[in-house]
Design a protein around this ligand. Structure first.
Ligand code: HEM
Length: 164
């Protein structure tokens, strides 16, 4: 799997999620259109991880290391979290659904579900990132720190100290 592509999609998903958590800041119109556009990014993310998901699904009930099993469960829970956020978001939509010609009655329960699902998914995402921290750190060093170092290669002392 392409580490660079994965890393930037993860960063975009994370930043997008942070913006989505603040509808009061962006306004409901931007909140709805922005998150629906983000659904596209999410689909790409899931497609890129599909091999990993299927491999683990087929081995899940056979023999799987403890941490992989937990990672798998976390991925499934996060997926369900996003589905809940999107479905409940569509149920209370004031712009996107009316634009498509659907005028749903906004129900209080859906709003509670939307808010709860968003907060629970945030917690799950934080645990997910913590569990993949070694990968996040390695990708960050390779894709952000290392290219930056190379531009400074003109300084031989620094290059030598870094052992590059
Ligand atoms: C990653 C995706 C999303 C996240 C994290 C998210 C998060 C949130 C949060 C935290 C709230 C505030 C809830 C409250 O104060 O009770 C909210 C409100 C709302 N969201 Fe979302 N949301 C997402 C996607 C969507 C989608 C796809 C739609 C519909 C197309 C949508 C429509 C709404 C609406 C209509 C409100 C109520 C705004 C208001 O009345 O002030 N959301 N969302």
């Amino acid at each position: 799997m392409n580490v660079k592509l994965n890393f930037w999609i993860d960063v975009a998903t994370f930043l997008g999620f942070m913006v989505a958590l603040q509808p009061g800041f962006t306004g409901t119109t931007i909140h709805e259109w922005f998150t629906m556009a983000g659904v596209g990014t999410l689909i790409v993310h899931f497609v890129l991880h599909w091999d990993w998901f299927m491999r683990l699904t087929s081995r899940y009930f056979v023999k799987l290391y403890h941490s992989s099993r937990l990672n798998y469960l976390m991925a499934v829970l996060i997926f369900l979290g996003f589905i809940s956020i999107i479905v409940s978001g569509l149920m209370i939509s004031q712009h996107f659904m009316p634009f498509l010609g659907f005028h749903l009655e906004s129900r209080f329960a859906w709003r509670r579900i939307h808010s709860l699902a968003a907060n629970l998914t945030l917690v799950l995402l934080a645990i997910h990132v913590a569990m993949r921290w070694e990968w996040v750190k390695a990708a960050f060093l390779r894709l952000i720190v290392e290219p930056f170092r190379k531009t400074k290669k003109v300084d031989p002392v620094l290059v030598e100290e870094d052992g590059m």
